[in-house]
Design a binder for this molecule. Sequence first.
Ligand code: SF4
Length: 62
Amino acid sequence: MKVVVNRDNCIGCGACEAICPEVFQLDDDGLSSVVCEDFSKVNENTVEEALESCPTSAIEKK
Ligand code: SF4
């Protein structure tokens, strides 16, 4: 799985980072970015949970 954050839709609520900080982190602009492309060491269920928790559906699967 690969995910991207559509930064036009991100409102910087921090939910994704709170749920899965290994993959999502707010940057200096206060918006989320994907900081890990290799999910082999990440629980993909947590990535899915973050995706589903985003209030603006800014996280998209590729
Ligand atoms: S949960 Fe969605 S809106 Fe909130 S910081 Fe993450 S990507 Fe942005």
